[in-house]
Write a new protein. Structure first.
Length: 184
């Protein structure tokens, strides 16, 4: 039975450890991830925050939600959030769950056996529909990063990286060393 947006948001606050997502109005609990998955996501988030001015951007790792539709909420593995979005949420909805509806500059999903197919299909499409500017799908086992970058005509280009350093287009002063991430 579909769950309303209101019920979902109440559940998120009542069960913060549950890591609940909403897909097509149906509750889904984000599964526990492997140590390697968590380490890659954490290191990416750490390296991003190191290079981004904290007064302009905040990074979340497996926290915060991206809302695509009233029936679609996801917890991305890593997101970069403009500080203005964070401040607005704190002012307008101080007791509400951390949910971002505006396009985010950078979203990443790290591949795992339990969520990999869903990340590549459903989540990627929803992030693009939201208008997120740069979406990465990291696959540590294959040592690849697929970067989907929004174009001026609102389409996305896909570039596959096989290691080395990458500069996210949406974060021009940031460089990520994929070899470092994949060696974890």
């Amino acid at each position: 039975m579909p769950v309303s947006e209101e019920t979902y948001l109440r559940l998120v606050l009542e069960d913060p450890e549950g890591k609940w997502e909403l897909h097509c109005g149906r509750l889904r609990q984000k599964p526990a991830m492997t140590t390697r998955h968590n380490e890659v996501a954490w290191m990416l988030g750490f390296r991003l925050q190191q290079q981004l001015p904290f007064e302009q951007f905040q990074v979340r790792v497996d926290a915060g939600r991206a809302r695509a539709l009233e029936s679609e909420y996801f917890i991305p593995d890593v997101i970069v959030i403009p500080r203005a979005y964070v401040d607005r949420l704190k002012q307008e909805q101080p007791d509400a769950a951390e949910v971002y509806t505006d396009p985010l500059p950078f979203v990443t999903e790290v591949w795992s056996p339990s969520t990999g197919n869903r990340d590549r299909t459903t989540k990627l499409q929803d992030y693009q529909q939201r208008g997120d500017f740069e979406i990465w799908l990291l696959h540590p086992g294959e040592r690849t990063a697929r970067a989907f970058r929004k174009q001026p005509d609102n389409t996305y280009t896909e570039t596959v990286f096989h290691g080395g350093t990458v500069q996210p287009v949406a974060l021009p002063h940031v460089t990520i060393d994929l070899d470092e991430l994949f060696s974890l």
